[in-house]
Write a protein that binds this ligand. Sequence first.
Ligand SMILES: Nc1ncnc2c1ncn2[C@@H]1O[C@H](COP(=O)(O)OP(=O)(O)OP(=O)(O)O)[C@@H](O)[C@H]1O
Ligand SMILES: Nc1ccn([C@H]2C[C@H](O)[C@@H](COP(=O)(O)O)O2)c(=O)n1
Length: 231
Amino acid sequence: MENGAAPTAPAVIVAIDGPSGTGKSSTSKAVAAQLGLSYLDTGAQYRAITWWMVTNGIDTDDPHEIAAAAGKPEIVSGTDPAAPTITVDGTDVAGPIRTQEVTAKVSAVSAVPEVRTRITELQRTIAAGAPLGIVVEGRDIGTTVLPDADLKIFLTASAEARAARRSGELKGADVNVTREALIKRDAADSSRKTSPLAKAEDAVEVDTTDLTLEQVIECVVTLVEEKRAGK
Ligand SMILES: Nc1ncnc2c1ncn2[C@@H]1O[C@H](COP(=O)(O)OP(=O)(O)OP(=O)(O)O)[C@@H](O)[C@H]1O
Ligand SMILES: Nc1ccn([C@H]2C[C@H](O)[C@@H](COP(=O)(O)O)O2)c(=O)n1
């Protein structure tokens, strides 16, 4: 470099998809933090719009009502992996979007095409504006939102492992009830018409069933570094 400045790596876009409880959020946050990248939790955005629908009395069993309201809430995501944020019309909804009610309704709301168009646009704008690159996690990032991502990862794990992880988080939750709930949500997310949960053809599949979180993070960091090195 003529001016002696160190060359900067081009922005890298990493897409991490997979079913519920496979470790997408934990892995994506840690990978982004280690590599100095931004981080986007797209599930939080779908939860945020679902929270708004519930709070504003929209019938979440009525796709027409959801579609008509899809453009109304303003959803803002903060992309610092050390402190990700999510607001709706200026209100911090990080807590309220994790309730059982929102979790039970988010698949129906996120299946509505008008909702997906709105949120997908938001996601692409955020990814394009990330100065050093971004790790984006969700269900359709590699297939639909960012089909030209530099690296696509698809995380999987057995339903038993995923239920055990989730039950550990939800103190006192019955592991069988948790398992059935996540299988039901995955089935709804995988079978919707618009942009279902799916592995992109060019995604690297990582089965996390028998891996620790640290091993999964290391695996993904290595894959990103190899990509950056042109291997
Ligand atoms: N490889 C792993 N081994 C053990 N526990 C893990 C592993 N990966 C993640 N976990 C734990 O499992 C739980 C779920 O992980 P996480 O929220 O990252 O999954 P997710 O795929 O983002 O789920 P969702 O799509 O439902 O948001 C967390 O408590 C996390 O610490
Ligand atoms: N790219 C995405 C991300 C999420 N969703 C929907 C489907 C999920 O069940 C829900 C909540 O996601 P989570 O917070 O559990 O990761 O949001 C989607 O349709 N597309």
